[in-house]
Design a protein around this ligand. Structure first.
Ligand SMILES: [Zn+2]
Length: 175
């Protein structure tokens, strides 16, 4: 029976085998090809997801924001076309952002607003962690990709949402 190597391991050995703990880097919503840096949304602060089955995606915050605070900077590519995930910059110029901004939900009494000159999203109200971030689509869009009925529940809900330069085209009940 041998007693060789019966010593308990030394403290130094234990330290050597423990690897440093590294936290995962907050992942941006935007691809690396975009010019991104401080202030752009990352996946530790926001979630782009569907809250209810069958419902569309929305942008939800995981951190609180105060009224008057900048929520984040936004990015995208420029297009002349009105697409499902574009936001209007000027008459014939639209920001196409199928990563983040394009999923902001509409409310007639929104808690945020887009600055389409500086490409920033600002809080109009205090926003709690877990809340959907909402904007009023009519504040940026002359013509919507698609008009739609609104169920935002706000006392001032317009009921049917259009761009600011188009008339309502409500489909008739008869179809
Ligand atoms: Zn509404």
């Amino acid at each position: 029976m041998t007693t060789v190597n019966s010593r308990p391991p030394q403290t130094e050995d234990s330290l050597q085998i423990s690897s440093p703990v590294s936290l995962p880097k907050a992942q941006s919503f935007y691809p690396d090809s975009f010019l991104i840096g401080d202030g752009y949304p990352d996946q530790q602060s926001f979630s782009v997801s569907a809250r209810e089955e069958g419902k569309g995606f929305g942008v939800y915050t995981m951190v609180p924001f105060q009224r008057g605070q900048r929520v984040c900077r936004i990015s995208g590519s420029i297009t002349h076309d009105v697409l499902q995930h574009t936001l209007q910059i000027s008459t014939h110029c639209h920001l196409y952002d199928p990563f983040f901004t394009g999923y902001l939900l509409h409310s007639c009494d929104p808690n945020a607003i887009l600055d389409m000159q500086k490409f920033e999203l600002w809080a109009l109200k205090d926003i709690a962690a877990g809340d959907a971030i909402t904007i009023d689509y009519t504040t940026t869009e002359d013509i919507l990709f698609r008009q739609f009925p609104c169920g935002c529940g706000a006392p001032n809900c317009r009921g049917w949402i259009t761009g600011r330069q188009e008339t309502a085209k409500i489909p008739s009940a008869q179809g």
